[in-house]
Design a protein around this ligand. Structure first.
Ligand SMILES: [Zn+2]
Length: 309
């Protein structure tokens, strides 16, 4: 009898008792978010009814959910209840910082087009003469964003980057990878590595998240970023191709002063393939077939650009 009791006790101790819904974002139960709205992102057993302050949460077929909520100034209390366990989140909202864009910030860059680089690219006859650096965003201690299903952005970025490398090498291009495993690399080191390899084309791969302020709108789809004017046409071409082949929404091409695209010596773009915090986008991003399609689409977009210059 004692033996049975011992075995039963052990059995119950060993069963993981995860009863509460997994909340990926907000990152803790007491946080400050200075925005008029935010969202709860995470995952739950699809058979359970999940509510936040009594409002039913749509749980996607993968178990992922993204539920937006309004925030009042001061303390906002949220009860997340799946019928088994309730979790209390206290979100403090302070003043939203006012963003004053410097309208001159990008205007002065228009003269910075690297004509030498463009002429060099135009003169190239063979793919093997084109040096391409692929940059899988984040890595090591830097996870990047975390998806609803707890996937880490750094892993998805690397998987797509490796596939892109394979397709580019099959087509004869000279390819360099800023990282080929789960290692941490600083932003400046990524640019230095690119310059050291006389890179003509630099493609940074990411998966998107936030911001809180846009929680109320449907956030999903692809975005491509560039800084120098010389990179805009390729950014647009990659976005068009990604959207055409993956079916993801083309959200747009944007000029941003991101460190990895702040390199005048290459055609540099940062591709946010999809939104890791959107249950539908996330389901695709973690799928190997989808990653292949996305990688091929990025290459096609790059080649369409090259053929057009
Ligand atoms: Zn990222």
């Amino acid at each position: 009898m004692q033996k049975i009791f011992l075995i039963l006790s052990l059995f119950f101790l060993l069963i993981p008792r995860v009863n509460a819904a997994t909340i990926v974002y907000p990152k803790s139960q007491n946080v400050t978010i200075n925005s008029a709205c935010t969202f709860f992102i995470g995952n739950e057993d699809v058979t359970k009814i999940l509510t936040i302050n009594g409002e039913k949460v749509d749980v996607y077929k993968t178990g992922a959910f993204k539920h937006s909520v309004n925030l009042e100034y001061g303390e906002n209390v949220f009860e997340i209840d799946n019928g088994i366990e309730m979790q209390i989140y206290k979100i403090n909202r302070g003043e939203t910082p006012v963003y004053k864009p410097d309208t001159n910030e990008f205007a002065k860059l228009t003269e910075n087009e690297n004509k030498t680089l463009l002429n060099e690219l135009k003169g190239i006859k063979s793919n093997s003469e084109i040096n391409i650096t692929i940059d899988a965003g984040h890595g090591g201690k830097e996870y990047g964003a975390i998806g609803c299903l707890c996937e880490k952005e750094k892993d998805i970025n690397l998987q797509i980057a490796k596939k892109l490398k394979m397709y580019l090498e099959d087509a004869g291009y000279s390819v360099f990878m800023t990282r080929e495993n789960d290692s941490y690399i600083g932003l400046r080191d990524r640019v230095d590595f690119s310059n050291k390899n006389n890179t003509h084309i630099f493609i940074s791969i990411h998966a998107n998240a936030l911001p809180d302020s846009r929680a109320k709108s449907k956030i999903n789809g692809s975005e491509v970023y560039y800084l120098y004017p010389q990179s805009k046409a390729m950014a647009q071409s990659i976005l068009n191709s990604l959207s055409k082949y993956t079916g993801l929404t083309a959200r747009g091409v944007y000029q941003r002063n991101f460190a990895v695209v702040r390199n005048p010596n290459a055609i540099s773009v940062l591709v946010e393939v999809g939104y890791i915090i959107d249950p539908e986008d996330e389901e695709k991003l973690i799928n190997s077939d989808f990653q292949n399609t996305a990688a091929k689409a990025i290459m096609q977009g790059m080649e369409n650009y090259l053929n057009g210059i």
